[in-house]
Design a binder for this molecule. Structure first.
Ligand SMILES: Nc1ncnc2c1ncn2[C@@H]1O[C@H](COP(=O)(O)OP(=O)(O)OP(=O)(O)O)[C@@H](O)[C@H]1O
Ligand SMILES: [Mg+2]
Length: 216
Protein backbone atom coordinates (compact mmCIF):
# COMPACT_ATOMS: atom_id res chain seq x y z
CA UNK A 1 0.00 0.00 0.00
CA UNK A 2 1.35 3.42 -0.89
CA UNK A 3 0.98 6.03 1.80
CA UNK A 4 0.97 9.60 0.58
CA UNK A 5 1.05 12.73 2.72
CA UNK A 6 0.70 15.99 0.88
CA UNK A 7 1.52 19.31 2.60
CA UNK A 8 0.06 18.11 5.85
CA UNK A 9 -0.35 20.74 8.57
CA UNK A 10 -1.70 20.54 12.12
CA UNK A 11 -2.29 23.35 14.62
CA UNK A 12 -3.58 23.72 18.14
CA UNK A 13 -5.23 27.12 17.99
CA UNK A 14 -2.69 29.43 16.38
CA UNK A 15 0.26 27.25 17.34
CA UNK A 16 1.42 24.93 14.56
CA UNK A 17 2.57 21.45 15.54
CA UNK A 18 3.92 20.80 12.04
CA UNK A 19 3.43 22.27 8.59
CA UNK A 20 4.21 21.30 5.01
CA UNK A 21 4.79 17.64 5.69
CA UNK A 22 4.94 15.73 2.41
CA UNK A 23 6.11 12.18 2.04
CA UNK A 24 5.41 8.95 0.26
CA UNK A 25 6.00 5.42 1.54
CA UNK A 26 5.94 2.57 -0.97
CA UNK A 27 4.81 -1.01 -0.33
CA UNK A 28 7.63 -2.94 1.33
CA UNK A 29 9.40 0.26 2.32
CA UNK A 30 10.59 1.10 5.81
CA UNK A 31 10.78 4.78 6.70
CA UNK A 32 12.02 6.01 10.07
CA UNK A 33 11.08 9.42 11.44
CA UNK A 34 13.19 11.13 14.05
CA UNK A 35 12.92 14.51 15.74
CA UNK A 36 13.02 16.24 19.10
CA UNK A 37 10.55 15.40 21.82
CA UNK A 38 7.36 17.41 21.33
CA UNK A 39 7.97 18.15 17.64
CA UNK A 40 4.86 16.19 16.64
CA UNK A 41 6.00 12.69 15.69
CA UNK A 42 3.21 10.87 17.55
CA UNK A 43 0.68 13.39 16.25
CA UNK A 44 1.88 12.80 12.69
CA UNK A 45 1.66 9.03 13.07
CA UNK A 46 -1.88 9.39 14.45
CA UNK A 47 -2.79 11.48 11.41
CA UNK A 48 -1.41 8.75 9.10
CA UNK A 49 -3.82 6.30 10.76
CA UNK A 50 -6.73 8.75 10.66
CA UNK A 51 -6.74 8.74 14.47
CA UNK A 52 -6.20 12.49 14.67
CA UNK A 53 -7.34 15.40 12.50
CA UNK A 54 -5.28 17.86 10.49
CA UNK A 55 -6.14 21.24 9.10
CA UNK A 56 -4.10 21.42 5.91
CA UNK A 57 -3.15 18.93 3.23
CA UNK A 58 -4.17 15.33 2.73
CA UNK A 59 -3.45 11.73 3.69
CA UNK A 60 -4.15 9.08 1.07
CA UNK A 61 -3.52 5.33 1.01
CA UNK A 62 -3.65 3.69 -2.39
CA UNK A 63 -5.89 6.47 -3.63
CA UNK A 64 -8.24 6.40 -0.61
CA UNK A 65 -8.45 9.93 0.75
CA UNK A 66 -8.59 9.30 4.50
CA UNK A 67 -9.75 12.84 5.26
CA UNK A 68 -12.81 12.32 3.06
CA UNK A 69 -14.02 9.27 5.02
CA UNK A 70 -16.48 9.66 7.89
CA UNK A 71 -15.62 8.23 11.31
CA UNK A 72 -17.15 4.85 10.69
CA UNK A 73 -15.59 4.36 7.26
CA UNK A 74 -12.28 5.45 8.66
CA UNK A 75 -12.51 2.94 11.52
CA UNK A 76 -13.33 0.17 9.08
CA UNK A 77 -10.45 1.13 6.81
CA UNK A 78 -8.10 1.27 9.80
CA UNK A 79 -9.13 -2.18 11.07
CA UNK A 80 -8.50 -3.71 7.69
CA UNK A 81 -5.27 -2.07 6.70
CA UNK A 82 -3.44 -0.57 9.67
CA UNK A 83 -1.39 -2.01 12.50
CA UNK A 84 -0.53 0.57 15.13
CA UNK A 85 1.96 0.28 17.98
CA UNK A 86 1.12 3.11 20.39
CA UNK A 87 3.83 4.88 22.34
CA UNK A 88 1.80 4.17 25.51
CA UNK A 89 0.92 0.58 24.37
CA UNK A 90 -2.86 0.86 25.07
CA UNK A 91 -3.05 -2.79 26.05
CA UNK A 92 -6.55 -3.36 27.47
CA UNK A 93 -6.27 -4.20 31.19
CA UNK A 94 -9.33 -6.47 31.50
CA UNK A 95 -8.39 -8.73 28.60
CA UNK A 96 -5.68 -11.35 28.93
CA UNK A 97 -2.63 -11.27 26.68
CA UNK A 98 -4.07 -13.61 24.02
CA UNK A 99 -7.33 -11.65 23.89
CA UNK A 100 -5.41 -8.42 23.49
CA UNK A 101 -3.37 -9.85 20.63
CA UNK A 102 -6.43 -11.28 18.87
CA UNK A 103 -8.42 -8.04 19.14
CA UNK A 104 -7.74 -6.92 15.53
CA UNK A 105 -8.95 -10.32 14.25
CA UNK A 106 -12.09 -10.10 16.40
CA UNK A 107 -12.83 -6.59 15.15
CA UNK A 108 -12.58 -7.89 11.59
CA UNK A 109 -15.07 -10.63 12.43
CA UNK A 110 -12.53 -13.37 11.72
CA UNK A 111 -12.74 -16.68 13.55
CA UNK A 112 -10.43 -17.10 16.52
CA UNK A 113 -7.02 -17.93 15.17
CA UNK A 114 -5.37 -19.41 18.25
CA UNK A 115 -2.40 -20.72 16.29
CA UNK A 116 -1.74 -17.29 14.77
CA UNK A 117 -1.98 -15.62 18.18
CA UNK A 118 0.36 -18.19 19.72
CA UNK A 119 2.77 -17.70 16.81
CA UNK A 120 2.79 -13.92 17.32
CA UNK A 121 3.42 -14.29 21.06
CA UNK A 122 6.32 -16.58 20.29
CA UNK A 123 7.63 -14.14 17.71
CA UNK A 124 7.81 -11.33 20.27
CA UNK A 125 9.44 -13.62 22.85
CA UNK A 126 6.39 -14.22 25.02
CA UNK A 127 5.60 -17.88 24.35
CA UNK A 128 2.89 -19.39 26.53
CA UNK A 129 1.95 -16.08 28.15
CA UNK A 130 -1.47 -15.77 26.53
CA UNK A 131 -3.44 -16.34 29.73
CA UNK A 132 -1.62 -13.67 31.73
CA UNK A 133 -3.31 -10.36 32.56
CA UNK A 134 -1.52 -7.16 31.53
CA UNK A 135 -1.02 -6.03 35.13
CA UNK A 136 1.25 -9.03 35.67
CA UNK A 137 3.60 -8.03 32.83
CA UNK A 138 6.64 -5.79 32.79
CA UNK A 139 6.75 -2.62 30.67
CA UNK A 140 8.84 -4.27 27.97
CA UNK A 141 6.54 -7.30 27.91
CA UNK A 142 3.49 -5.03 27.51
CA UNK A 143 5.24 -3.30 24.66
CA UNK A 144 5.75 -6.65 22.95
CA UNK A 145 2.08 -7.56 23.44
CA UNK A 146 1.24 -4.29 21.66
CA UNK A 147 3.60 -5.24 18.81
CA UNK A 148 2.09 -8.74 18.46
CA UNK A 149 -1.36 -7.14 18.33
CA UNK A 150 -0.30 -4.67 15.64
CA UNK A 151 0.98 -7.49 13.40
CA UNK A 152 -1.53 -10.28 13.98
CA UNK A 153 -3.86 -9.35 11.09
CA UNK A 154 -0.99 -8.79 8.62
CA UNK A 155 -1.72 -5.10 8.00
CA UNK A 156 -0.55 -3.39 4.83
CA UNK A 157 0.44 -0.30 6.78
CA UNK A 158 2.38 -0.62 9.97
CA UNK A 159 2.78 2.47 12.15
CA UNK A 160 5.01 2.07 15.17
CA UNK A 161 5.64 4.78 17.76
CA UNK A 162 8.90 4.12 19.62
CA UNK A 163 8.20 0.37 19.66
CA UNK A 164 11.54 -0.54 21.22
CA UNK A 165 11.62 2.25 23.80
CA UNK A 166 11.26 -0.10 26.77
CA UNK A 167 13.39 -2.96 25.49
CA UNK A 168 16.97 -4.05 26.07
CA UNK A 169 19.20 -3.92 22.95
CA UNK A 170 18.96 -7.63 22.17
CA UNK A 171 15.15 -7.82 22.53
CA UNK A 172 14.86 -4.54 20.62
CA UNK A 173 16.87 -6.00 17.73
CA UNK A 174 14.58 -9.06 17.61
CA UNK A 175 11.48 -6.88 17.59
CA UNK A 176 12.97 -4.82 14.77
CA UNK A 177 13.65 -8.06 12.83
CA UNK A 178 9.98 -8.94 13.24
CA UNK A 179 8.68 -5.54 12.13
CA UNK A 180 11.02 -5.47 9.14
CA UNK A 181 10.23 -9.11 8.30
CA UNK A 182 6.54 -8.28 8.12
CA UNK A 183 7.30 -5.35 5.88
CA UNK A 184 9.42 -7.34 3.47
CA UNK A 185 7.37 -10.55 3.38
CA UNK A 186 3.96 -9.02 2.95
CA UNK A 187 4.95 -5.86 1.11
CA UNK A 188 3.66 -3.78 3.99
CA UNK A 189 4.72 -0.18 4.51
CA UNK A 190 6.43 0.53 7.81
CA UNK A 191 6.68 3.96 9.38
CA UNK A 192 8.65 3.94 12.59
CA UNK A 193 9.03 6.85 14.98
CA UNK A 194 12.03 6.46 17.23
CA UNK A 195 14.77 8.06 19.28
CA UNK A 196 16.83 4.89 18.87
CA UNK A 197 19.75 5.32 16.49
CA UNK A 198 20.17 1.59 15.99
CA UNK A 199 16.50 1.16 15.05
CA UNK A 200 16.58 4.18 12.72
CA UNK A 201 19.78 2.91 11.10
CA UNK A 202 17.91 -0.11 9.72
CA UNK A 203 15.41 1.98 7.76
CA UNK A 204 15.46 2.36 3.98
CA UNK A 205 15.07 6.09 4.54
CA UNK A 206 15.51 8.34 7.55
CA UNK A 207 13.43 11.51 7.79
CA UNK A 208 13.76 14.38 10.26
CA UNK A 209 10.60 16.08 11.45
CA UNK A 210 10.86 19.76 12.37
CA UNK A 211 8.26 22.49 12.90
CA UNK A 212 8.71 23.61 9.30
CA UNK A 213 8.46 20.28 7.53
CA UNK A 214 10.08 16.92 7.03
CA UNK A 215 13.40 16.34 5.28
CA UNK A 216 15.96 13.63 4.67
N1 LIG B 1 -4.49 18.97 22.99
C1 LIG B 1 -3.35 19.65 22.81
N2 LIG B 1 -3.31 20.99 22.90
C2 LIG B 1 -2.17 21.69 22.70
N3 LIG B 1 -0.99 21.12 22.38
C3 LIG B 1 -0.97 19.79 22.27
C4 LIG B 1 -2.12 18.98 22.48
N4 LIG B 1 -1.79 17.69 22.29
C5 LIG B 1 -0.46 17.69 21.99
N5 LIG B 1 0.03 18.95 21.98
C6 LIG B 1 1.42 19.36 21.69
O1 LIG B 1 1.73 18.89 20.38
C7 LIG B 1 3.14 18.68 20.29
C8 LIG B 1 3.43 17.36 19.59
O2 LIG B 1 3.20 16.26 20.48
P1 LIG B 1 3.64 14.79 20.09
O3 LIG B 1 3.14 13.89 21.15
O4 LIG B 1 3.20 14.52 18.71
O5 LIG B 1 5.23 14.92 20.14
P2 LIG B 1 6.35 13.81 19.87
O6 LIG B 1 7.23 14.32 18.79
O7 LIG B 1 5.71 12.50 19.67
O8 LIG B 1 7.18 13.83 21.23
P3 LIG B 1 7.93 12.60 22.02
O9 LIG B 1 9.24 12.35 21.30
O10 LIG B 1 8.16 13.19 23.38
O11 LIG B 1 7.01 11.43 22.05
C9 LIG B 1 3.70 18.76 21.70
O12 LIG B 1 4.42 19.97 21.82
C10 LIG B 1 2.47 18.72 22.57
O13 LIG B 1 2.67 19.47 23.74
MG1 LIG C 1 5.64 10.79 20.78
Amino acid sequence: MTLHLSNLGKHYGDAPVFEQVSLQVAPGEFVAIVGESGVGKSTLLNCMAGLDSWDEGSVTHDGTDIGALDGEARALWRRQHVGFVFQAFHVLPHLDVAQNVSLPLMLLGRPREDARVAHMLEAVGLPGMGARLPQTLSGGQLQRVAIARALVHRPALLLADEPTGNLDPSTAAKVMDLLIGQTREHGASLVLVTHSESAAARADRLLHLTASGIRA
